[in-house]
Ligand binder design. Structure first.
Ligand SMILES: C[S@@+](CC[C@H](N)C(=O)[O-])C[C@H]1O[C@@H](n2cnc3c(N)ncnc32)[C@H](O)[C@@H]1O
Length: 201
């Protein structure tokens, strides 16, 4: 079965334009067949970005968008919140679109292929993700738990998850290594913000 994260060299292209509006901003993205939410900004991604934009954040914050798709989250937050974004995904077509979208919007982001954190190094102030639920629980938990190794000590992990897609059990598992807060709830979507539990010895 084909998924939005499967690489398929034979898949035709049918480009489409997605406009994302926020306050005075109107950002134009190109999307295509074979990527997540190809026709419109996903509701969960929009809630995640806007909850972040409405919170306190500092320019030049380093941000890692894991599972970036065509780049909506990392590129939008670079453009509007002036964060320094790094975007990764396993879907080559999504990465190609993300690079094109960053260029067209004048965003200087670092974009590369990575199976979750496999090619990621260094530490980030923010890791943000709308994780690939269809990849299965184990993969999703890898997105959430391994983020801890790539977060600065005072860094924050921002996640959107639906209540009926396991948000509550994910939160329980995360509590072993993070302090976890549900920052926003809308239409069954939770915005979860997690910070590392620091051990003192
Ligand atoms: C729910 S989509 C979110 C896409 C985009 N961030 C958005 O908000 O529209 C999840 C993304 O994770 C990517 N993905 C799936 N498995 C992955 C993996 N093992 N490593 C990195 N990214 C993965 C998919 O290709 C997809 O782009």
């Amino acid at each position: 079965m084909e998924h939005y994260f499967t690489n398929n060299d034979n898949l035709k292209s049918d480009f489409r334009t997605i406009i994302y509006k926020y306050n005075d901003y109107s950002l134009e993205f190109t999307s295509d067949l074979g990527v997540f939410s190809k026709d419109k900004v996903d509701f969960g991604s929009k809630l995640l970005m806007e909850t972040f934009l409405n919170s306190d954040h500092t320019p030049n914050t380093t941000l890692l968008d894991v599972g970036c798709g065509y780049g909506i989250i990392g590129i939008t937050l670079s453009k509007i919140a002036s964060v320094q974004s790094t975007l990764v995904d396993v879907n080559k077509r999504a990465l190609h679109l993300a690079k094109m979208n960053a260029k067209n919007l004048g965003v200087d982001a670092t974009i590369f292929e990575s199976d979750v954190y496999s090619n990621v190094s260094g530490k980030y102030d923010v890791i943000i993700t709308n994780p690939p639920i269809r990849a299965g629980k184990q993969k999703v938990m890898q997105f959430l738990l391994e983020a801890c190794d790539y977060l600065e000590d005072d860094g924050e992990l921002w996640i959107v998850m639906r209540k009926d897609q396991g948000a509550k059990s994910a939160i329980e598992k995360m509590k072993n290594i993070y302090s976890v807060e549900v920052r926003e709830k809308s239409k069954g979507f939770f915005i979860i913000v997690a910070k590392k539990l620091l051990t003192s010895n």
